[in-house]
Each structure stands twice: as structure tokens, then as C-alpha cells.
Ligand binder design. Structure first.
Ligand code: SF4
Length: 418
């Protein structure tokens, strides 16, 4: 017998809700008891209670690179409090998948590599009957000091799996698309989920939107790397498909609920933003902000990061959004590999123009992510002029973001190859 303990820290909740939905839907694990543990102390309490009840606790952890050091420290606290080898600590998510060896070295028993919706229920089912937890695909573990792996699990069928855990009332964004056809050199997504789109079907999305009526959730937000890509197999934008999607979600939600598309946690590629696309968002959706992936004001840097668009398309997209009555929030990344003063000057000029027109800047410091082509590049530092400009823009509400914290965190990360 087993108990599933979810290390339910704020930044992991959406990922864990998806996994819990898969556990709820699997016939072998639908009845497994689940504990939501928001702190290391709660994880330790849940593990002790499960052991006392004769159940083997499986603790699921999911985290991004930015929180890896904090999560590793939390795991150490749990292990100190409950030093019992029957407690199985399993790590998943983008960081663990991309760096299983480093994650295991931090003290986890198992790493789920890739998508976890089939890996976790199968693992729980094995633990429940006393089988070897490692005897299934998609896992990595340490063996005699070296890492062993059962390979990467195959990509899951999104239409066959829930996007969140309705039975437990744990709702998150509705993931309409997974994977990405672009391959921006700083980004985990195409390297974790393969460089292609998998879209949930319209029928499936309507069913899940209707399921929200059963829970006390007022808003539906979609999750996708590129909101105007739904229905397209490639980098194009099929507005007929987008209208069908928006109209279907709107109708399925019914009155009194709000629909958010093109705002966090989804964003718009700048070259997809057109007056026609924005008119659809205005007609069917409730967000009055759109998030546009800009990343840099320098064409040279945009080319070197393989973004697939130029700086002018970002300016144009922001102008279209403002003309449509939407506030654009434009993402920029600072301290990118190869960044030179000319690039910084171009980005500062672009940010200044955008802010003067009424857009907001969402500022990020470059963080090298494992598994990406820029994994071994140094973390981003912001130069004094850019810091000063961001400070001025933030003071007037025209810039927001975690750039200072990201800069500090990236500098605390262990040097590559250490
Ligand atoms: S940054 Fe966005 S567009 Fe680029 S690869 Fe990642 S998800 Fe795709």
C-alpha cells in the first residue's frame, strides 16, 4: 500500500495538479490516498503518518531550475527529520528531466525523465503491490555511484489525460498545446517536449471547460507556449482554428466565468499578432493584457538565439495591441550570451519606445538552463544603464519582473562542469 505526498509549493502546484489528474484517472491508482504538503515540515508529517499506517510514502517533487537550490535544501530537511529508506522521494519537471544526475546527487531517490502523467501512476501502482519502483520506463536512479536509467517515457496522449485534478478540486490552467516548433536557445520547452506541437482536440478542450462548472473556479486560463499557434502544425497562425477554439471555450464555460487567452500562462509570438487576431481575443476573452515574447531589441541577438522574428515585429505587435485596446506586456531577457553594448543600446531604445507608447516591459535576467544549447553559458548580468532604465520604468509601473532575483539566483548556481 502507498500514500502519495505532493510537495505542494506554490510554483509546483500546476504541474502537480496535472500529475494528480493522471493518478485520479488511472484505474490502479484512483483510490491512492493523497496528501498536499506545502512545506518540508508537512512533507515529513505526511511521510511519518503514512509509515505509521503501514503505507509506503511516495513524495512527488516538481521544480524549475530557479528553485532547485531551495528545493534541495528542503529535501535535506525532510530526510533529516524522517531518515527512513521506505520514504521514496521522486523528482520531476523540467530541471530534473534535463539534469537527472545532478538532481539525484541532491538526494532524490528517483527522477522521472520527461512527461510524468504515465510514469507516476505506474510507479505508484508498483509501490502499492510491493514491486520494484524502478521497474518501469521514464526513470533514473543511482546505482553504485553511477546513474542508471530506464530511458525516457514516450510522449503522452494529451487527449487521453486530464489537464488537472477535477475530483480533488485542484484546478490549474487548461493546457491546450504542449511542445514548441521553435527552438530558442535559452528555452527548456522544445528540448523537454520535443520540437513539435501537440494540441488538445477541440472536443476534449470543450469537455474540460465544461468540467469547470463542477468546481468553484471562476476563471479559465489556457497554458501554451504560443496561444495563436493552436490548430497549426508549424509556425503558422490559423485564425479560423483560433476562432473555433475561442468560441468553443466561451460557450463551454457558460455565463459568469472568464476566459484568459494570450495572457499568463500563455503568450503570443509577435509575428502572429495582427488586428484580426486581436479582434478575436477582444471578442471572446476577458483579458485586457496580452503577453508578447520580445526577448531583445537587437536583431543580431534575436538571430543568435534563433527566435525566428525580428525586433520590428515586436514593436508592431505592441502597437497593434494598443490600437485594439489591450495592454501589451513584452518579455525581455538581459545578459544573454554574446550580448554586446550595441545590443544593449538597441534593447534599451526598444523598451523606451514601448513604454512611451503605453506598453509594459517584463524583464528577466538570462539563466542558463540544463538541457538547452546555452546550458553552459554564464548567467546574465545587467549593466548599469539597463538597470537604471528598468528602475525608472518600474517606478512608473511600465516595467515589472523578477530580474534582480533571477540575477542573484543564477549567480548562486554551481559552475557548469563542477
Ligand atoms: S521561448 Fe517560446 S517560442 Fe521559443 S522555444 Fe520556448 S516556448 Fe517556443
Amino acid at each position: 500500500m502507498t500514500t502519495l505526498v505532493l510537495h505542494y509549493r506554490r510554483t509546483a502546484r500546476h504541474a502537480l495538479n496535472v500529475l494528480l489528474g493522471a493518478v485520479e484517472a488511472h484505474p490502479a491508482t484512483a483510490e491512492v490516498p493523497v496528501v498536499f504538503a506545502p512545506s518540508p515540515e508537512a512533507v515529513a508529517d505526511a511521510a511519518r503518518a503514512a509509515l505509521a499506517a503501514g503505507r509506503r510514502p511516495v513524495v512527488a517533487w516538481s521544480f524549475y531550475t530557479a528553485s532547485f537550490d531551495e528545493v534541495a535544501a528542503e529535501l535535506a530537511r525532510v530526510r533529516d527529520t524522517v531518515p527512513d529508506a521506505r520514504v521514496l522521494h521522486v523528482a520531476g519537471g523540467p530541471h530534473a528531466s534535463a539534469d537527472p544526475a545532478g538532481t539525484l546527487a541532491a538526494g532524490f531517490d528517483l527522477v522521472a525523465i520527461g512527461e510524468g502523467e504515465e510514469t507516476l501512476p505506474a510507479l505508484l501502482a508498483r509501490v502499492a503491490v510491493g514491486d520494484d519502483p524502478r521497474a518501469g520506463p521514464g526513470l533514473a536512479w543511482l546505482d553504485g555511484g553511477g546513474m542508471r536509467t530506464s530511458g525516457r517515457g514516450p510522449p503522452v496522449d494529451l487527449d487521453a489525460l486530464p489537464p488537472f485534478a477535477v475530483r480533488a478540486g485542484r484546478i490549474g490552467p487548461l493546457e491546450i498545446t504542449r511542445g514548441c516548433v521553435w527552438a530558442c536557445r535559452f528555452c527548456h520547452t522544445p528540448f523537454l517536449f520535443r520540437a513539435r506541437f501537440r494540441h488538445r482536440s477541440l472536443d476534449t478542450l470543450a469537455r474540460w471547460a465544461r468540467a469547470l462548472a463542477k468546481v468553484d473556479t471562476r476563471d479559465l486560463r489556457v497554458l501554451t507556449p504560443s496561444a495563436l499557434s493552436w490548430g497549426s502544425p508549424d509556425g503558422g497562425c490559423d485564425l479560423a482554428a483560433i476562432e473555433a477554439l475561442l468560441a468553443t471555450l466561451r460557450e463551454a464555460l457558460g455565463p459568469g466565468r472568464r476566459l484568459f487567452v494570450g495572457s499568463f500562462p500563455s503568450e503570443l509570438r509577435p509575428e502572429h499578432v495582427s488586428p484580426e487576431a486581436l479582434a478575436l481575443l477582444r471578442r471572446y476573452c476577458d483579458n485586457r493584457t496580452v503577453v508578447i515574447g520580445g526577448q531583445s531589441g537587437s536583431d543580431r541577438l534575436l538571430a543568435s538565439m534563433q527566435r525566428g522574428h525580428d525586433a520590428e515585429s515586436v514593436t508592431r505587435a505592441a502597437r497593434f495591441a494598443l490600437e485594439a485596446g489591450l495592454t501589451p506586456s513584452v518579455d525581455f531577457i538581459f545578459g544573454l550570451p554574446g550580448e554586446m553594448e550595441d545590443d544593449r543600446r538597441a534593447t534599451r531604445a526598444a523598451m523606451g519606445r514601448l513604454a512611451a507608447a503605453g506598453a509594459r516591459v517584463h524583464a528577466h535576467a538570462f539563466m542558463p538552463l540544463p538541457g538547452t544549447p546555452w546550458a553552459r553559458e554564464p548567467p546574465g548580468r545587467l549593466d548599469a544603464a539597463t538597470q537604471a532604465l528598468l528602475g525608472r520604468l518600474a517606478a512608473s509601473g511600465a516595467a515589472h519582473g523578477q530580474w534582480r532575483r533571477q540575477e542573484e539566483r543564477a549567480l548562486r548556481m554551481p559552475p557548469k562542469g563542477a
